[in-house]
Write a protein that binds this ligand. Sequence first.
Ligand code: TXA
Ligand code: MG
Length: 351
Amino acid sequence: MRPEIAEAVALLKGGELVAFPTETVYGLGADAANPAAVAKIFAAKGRPADHPLIVHLASATHMAHMTHWAREIPAEAEKLAAAFWPGPLTLILKRQAYVPDAVTGGQDTVGLRVPNHPLALELLAAFAGANGSGVAAPSANRFGRISPTTAAHVREELGERVPLILDGGACPVGIESTILDLSRGRPVLLRPGAIGAADIARVIGQVPEMAALRGEGGETPRGDEKETPRGEGETPRVSGSLEAHYAPRTPLQLVSSDGLLFALRDALVAGERVAVLAPTAQAISHDLVSWRQVPADPAGCAHDLYAGLRALDALGCVRILVQKPPAGEAWLAVNDRLQRAAAGSGEDDET
Ligand code: TXA
Ligand code: MG
């Protein structure tokens, strides 16, 4: 076993935290069977303790481990796991009674996924080899901030709070996994991601309901967080559906391509420094304008999105102007993150 992986497994087994890359974003991992270790995740992130975590499983053992963590597993779960694991899909299932409340936020369900990243899979396989049953890991950012997609981002966010950060380079997907709830007797999409509703429907022959899009499934608001409207009778579930998530510190404004030029003109007239994230090449060359071009396709844009927002956020501009991507299924996950980033940063201009 490579020394770095052996060190990571020893830390996890010793109840410590290890940050590791996945194909989506970096995770902040702890032994999911050890409540004291899981508590350290919440302390490091500054995250309220009743927010549930995803348990990450090793690829080769995921079928056996699914039954270790979950009960009453529907046939859809097995089909989806076979089709998409390892990959960016989290399944919410009814939990086994002994799953620590620290992992589930006290709910009767547990989130499971097998990440598709060589370093994550190496770590999870080695952890399983050391009798570990799963690694609980949220995104490795401070609560409410932009998820990290490089090891350097994790260091910026958590620094000394995490004893080891495994560096696997930039995350290929770049936004968090799709979350599908299979615990309610019908499939419900709680968070859109790289695996879309149509991909899921192809495997299970049923289009999932879109809880996330109706604003359902948000969490209990705390402190200065904003509440996402919830459907009647829905329990709080996904912190990813809290509006103020994925937020840069700089106010972020979503604008159309025409709106972008107007907003830029206004900023320059006012002598304000502005940052721009757009799929087009820099339209205006000016000292006050910092321009970052993102790919014009959904996967490319998702890949660069958080790194781009993070870099622009660090410039200390008055605002970040983001050119709104097209509407439609292919852009659902990116638009979801951008809308939350705009809401969390306090501004959302519909120009
Ligand atoms: O791509 C990802 O999913 C990344 C990587 C590290 O795997 N993880 C991630 O974790 O995004 P986190 O904690 O930042 O977001 C996971 C979301 C949370 O919003 C949490 O509320 C939700 O999953 N979740 C976890 N367990 C759940 C459960 N039992 N029921 C409903 N939602 C759950
Ligand atoms: Mg997160």
